[in-house]
Design a protein around this ligand. Sequence first.
Ligand SMILES: [Zn+2]
Length: 134
Amino acid sequence: MGIAEKIAYLKGLAEGLKLDEETKEGKVLLAVIDVLADISDELEELEDEICELEEGIDAVSEDLSDVEECLYEEDEEDEDEDECYATTCPSCEEEIFFDDSILEEGEVICPNCGEKLEFDLSDLANATGMDDED
Ligand SMILES: [Zn+2]
């Protein structure tokens, strides 16, 4: 038996006993049953609201998973696209960094001395994730 049913049962009892609303005891008992009914109504409303909130949280949680998946996928794509290489300028010995698009062109201008470098692929080191060693 739920709270609402118990209170309905109490109300029925009170009516069956023909509680006299004019007596002090009758007033108190009827007032208590009234308050219990109010509390029960509010509990029901709260339960409904909690249910709605849970549904809302589930929906948000699912959306968040989609967003996370999207972000991780983009991260992986970014790493593929932004492959970075390093080489040393033979003229000034400055280290030069460049990516795939420049590699396809086959040459790069040294930002330090302006020397045009043509790539010898065997000299290239993949600089992705490289630590600052010096
Ligand atoms: Zn140079």
